[in-house]
Ligand binder design. Structure first.
Ligand code: ACO
Ligand code: ZN
Length: 441
C-alpha cells in the first residue's frame, strides 16, 4: 500500500504495458492493459492483451499475475490511453491490429440500423432486424461512420463468457454482437439446430419443446456415413444465417462484418447421431464473387478442431468449385489458423497429384501448373505459393522444375494416410447455379 492511501495497482491504467503470467504457463510475456475492474478492495483485475500473441488469448488476470515492477506507462505522443473509455492506440502497432480492424468495422455497416436484439421471447428472432452479420470484404462497406474509438472500446473485449451448444460448453475467443442483456449471463444457451440464443436453460427447454428441427435448414446436398452438408441460402433463411454469423463471430476476428446475409450461401457440415445432425463447422460463400472466392469465412467449432474437419470443409469448397468448372481461393485476409489449414490442404492436394504422376517411356513425369490448377481447382497463385513454401520449385535451364526428395515425399505420404475422412464427390447431389442470371437472388 502506498503512503497516501493509494494502492500501487492504481497506477495500472488502460494502455500500460507490463509482463503478465499467461494462463497455464510459466511465461511472462509483455501485455497491454485494455481495461480494469475494481472490486472495491485493493485487488483490481486487468483485462490484458499479450502483444505477440493472437487476441483470442486476451483475458482477465488477477494482480498476482502481473509484474508491477516492470510497468511501462503509455507514451504521451500516442494519442490515447486515458483512464476512461478510450482505446489505447498503442495497439495499432501490434500486427494483429490490422486483423482486428476487420472485426471492428461492423458498426460502419450497421450504423443507423441499430435496434435492440430481442432475447428469449419465443418468436422474437423471427422478426430480427438485420443486425447480425455476415463476413465480407472492404468494398461492400457503406453507411455512415460511427465513432470508431467507441466501437473499438466495445468490441475489443470478449463479451460472452460461455456458450452451451448441444452437449458442448464452448469458451468464446472474441467479441460477438449478441444483445447486451446476454453479456451478463454466465452462460448463453443456443438451440443446436436453429442456433437461436437464450439466456437460460429454462428458455432453451421451452424453445426445444416447440422447435422441431433436428438439422440445419436448407437442402442436404451431401451425405456419406455420418457426415452431411446442408446448403443454406442467406436470403431464404435469414434468422438461421444471422444466428450462425453471430456464433461464428465468437471465433473469427479478422474480417469485416456485414449485416446482410442475402448475398451468401452457407454450407454447414454436420455429424449425425440418433438425436440429429449436429453442427461441426461451416463455410460461407458469396453467390457471385467477382474475384472467384470460393470461401468467405470458414470455421470448425472448437470442440471439433484439430481432427481434420477443417481440411474436410476446405476440400468440400474445392469440390464445389470443381463442379462449377472453376478454380477458387479463400477470401483474404486469412487468420493464422486459416493459413495453417489452407497451407496444409494445398500441400497435400498438390502432393497427391505429383506422387501419382507417371512418366511416359521411362521419361521423367511432366505436369504444368495449369494442369495442377485444373485438377485441384486451386487457384494458380496458391499453387505457386505452396510450391515455393515447400521449397519444391526451382528454376533450371529456362524452366521451372519440381524436385521431390524422398524425405519430403515420405512425410507427406504419412500425412495423407492420417487423413481418414475425405469428401467423396459421388455423394454430392448439387447443381451449380448461375446467380447472375437470377436478377435479385
Ligand atoms: N495450432 C497449430 N496447428 C493447427 C491448429 C492449431 N491450433 N489448428 C489447426 N492446425 C493445423 C493442423 O495441424 C492441420 O495441419 P496438419 O494436418 O498438416 O497437421 C491443419 O491446421 C488443419 O487442421 P484441421 O484439423 O483440418 O483443421 P480444424 O478443424 O482445426 O480447422 C480452422 C481449422 C477452420 C482454421 C479452425 O482453426 C477455426 O475454425 N479457427 C477459427 C476461425 C478461423 O480462423 N477460420 C479461418 C479464417 S480464414 C477465412 O475465413 C477464409
Ligand atoms: Zn431451435
Amino acid at each position: 500500500m502506498a503512503e497516501n492511501g493509494l494502492h500501487v495497482y492504481d497506477m495500472v491504467v488502460e494502455g500500460c504495458r507490463l509482463p503478465v503470467r499467461m494462463a497455464g504457463s510459466d511465461e511472462w510475456p509483455l501485455a497491454e492493459v485494455l481495461s480494469r475492474k475494481d472490486n472495491g478492495d485493493a485487488n483490481p483485475m486487468f483485462y490484458v492483451h499479450y502483444l505477440d500473441f493472437n487476441k483470442r488469448l486476451d483475458e482477465w488476470v488477477t494482480v498476482d499475475r502481473v509484474n508491477i515492477e516492470k510497468l511501462q506507462f503509455p507514451k504521451k505522443d500516442n494519442k490515447t490511453p486515458q483512464k476512461e473509455g478510450k482505446a489505447p492506440s498503442s495497439r495499432a502497432s501490434t500486427p494483429e491490429k490490422e486483423l482486428q480492424n476487420g472485426g471492428m468495422a461492423r458498426t460502419k455497416s450497421t450504423a443507423g440500423r441499430k435496434r435492440k436484439l430481442p432475447i428469449d421471447s419465443e418468436d422474437s428472432q423471427d422478426s430480427l432486424p438485420p443486425q447480425s452479420l455476415v463476413p465480407t470484404k472492404g468494398p461492400r462497406q457503406t453507411g455512415s461512420l460511427v465513432d470508431k474509438t467507441h466501437d473499438d472500446v466495445i468490441t475489443r473485449m470478449k463479451n460472452i463468457d460461455m456458450v452451451e451448444l448441444g452437449r458442448h460448453r464452448i469458451k468464446p475467443w472474441y467479441f460477438s454482437p449478441y444483445p447486451i442483456e446476454l453479456t451478463n449471463c454466465p452462460i448463453i444457451y443456443l438451440c443446436e439446430f436453429c442456433l437461436k440464443y437464450m439466456k437460460s436453460v429454462k428458455c432453451l427447454q421451452r424453445h426445444r419443446a416447440k422447435c422441431n428441427l433436428q438439422h440445419p435448414p436448407g437442402n442436404e446436398i451431401y451425405r456419406k456415413n455420418t457426415i452431411s452438408f446442408f446448403e443454406i441460402d442467406g436470403r431464404k433463411h435469414k434468422n438461421y444465417s444471422q444466428n450462425l454469423c453471430l456464433l461464428a463471430k465468437l471465433f473469427l476476428d479478422h474480417k469485416t462484418l456485414y449485416y446482410d446475409t442475402d448475398p451468401f450461401l452457407f454450407y454447414v457440415m454436420t455429424e449425425y447421431d440418433s438425436r440429429g445432425y449436429h453442427i461441426v463447422g461451416y463455410f460461407s460463400k458469396e453467390k457471385e464473387s467477382t474475384e472467384d472466392y470460393n470461401v468467405a469465412c470458414i470455421l470448425t467449432l472448437p470442440p471439433y478442431q484439430r481432427m481434420g474437419y477443417g481440411k474436410l470443409l476446405i476440400e468440400f469448397s474445392y469440390v464445389l468449385s470443381k463442379f462449377e468448372g472453376k478454380t477458387g481461393s479463400p477470401e483474404k485476409p486469412l487468420s493464422d489458423l486459416g493459413l495453417l489449414s489452407y497451407r496444409s490442404y494445398w500441400s497435400q492436394a498438390i502432393f497427391e497429384i505429383l506422387l501419382n504422376l507417371k512418366g511416359e517411356n521411362g521419361e521423367r513425369p511432366q505436369i504444368t501448373i495449369n494442369e495442377i490448377c485444373e485438377m485441384t481447382s486451386i487457384r494458380k497463385e496458391d499453387v505457386i505459393s505452396t510450391l515455393q513454401h515447400l521449397a519444391l520449385i526451382n528454376y533450371y535451364k529456362g524452366q521451372y522444375i519440381v524436385t521431390l526428395c524422398k524425405d519430403v515425399t515420405d512425410g507427406h505420404m504419412k500425412a495423407m494416410q492420417k487423413r481418414k475422412i475425405r469428401i467423396d464427390p459421388k455423394c454430392l447431389h448439387w447443381q451449380p447455379k448461375d446467380w447472375s442470371k437470377r436478377g435479385k437472388w
